[in-house]
Write a protein that binds this ligand. Structure first.
Ligand code: BOM
Length: 143
């Protein structure tokens, strides 16, 4: 599952290039999306929430009210090798996180809080990929 999460993160992260401008997220704030799993990754910039919103939108993972589109998200995760082992759990984690933060009216801030809750939950359940794994694959892809 850790391997699957690595692939999903790198796949999702590819949308960052499309979303930098629209989200006003500077390279200084976030160079690469896989840093998401770093211990010192900070969830304090609204632009980061806007970037995740844009990236989710890029893969059609959001509904009109900017909540997770359950079927599309399930399919997106399933589209990665062995994705089916993680798809239902990821959808359920994100949905639970959305419920915790439903009262935040600003989409960018809410999605940022949901992303943080997603990360914490994945760490607790040992679903988070290690940085070593992510780095190794990211560098291989770039070469
Ligand atoms: O309510 C907003 C739904 C969007 C929240 C997305 C949270 C997860 C963001 C960060 C992580 C990524 C890795 C893969 C995500 C695939 C959906």
């Amino acid at each position: 599952t850790v391997d699957v999460m690595k692939d999903v993160t790198l796949g999702f992260g590819e949308a960052l290039q499309h979303c930098r401008e629209e989200s006003q997220l500077t390279e200084e704030k976030m160079e690469e999306f896989f840093h998401f799993w770093r211990e010192d990754f900070r969830f304090d910039a609204r632009e980061l929430g806007c970037a995740i919103k844009c990236m989710s939108h890029h893969y059609n993972l959001l509904t009109d009210s900017h909540r997770m589109h359950h079927e599309n998200t399930h399919e997106f995760v399933k589209s990665f090798p062995n994705g089916e082992v993680l798809a239902a759990e990821m959808v359920s984690i994100i949905h639970g996180c959305e419920q915790q933060h439903h009262s935040e009216p600003d989409h960018c801030w809410r999605i940022l809080r949901v992303a943080e809750c997603f990360k914490v939950t994945c760490l607790r359940r040992s679903l988070a990929p290690t940085m070593e794994l992510l780095m190794a694959e990211f560098i291989m892809e770039a070469e």
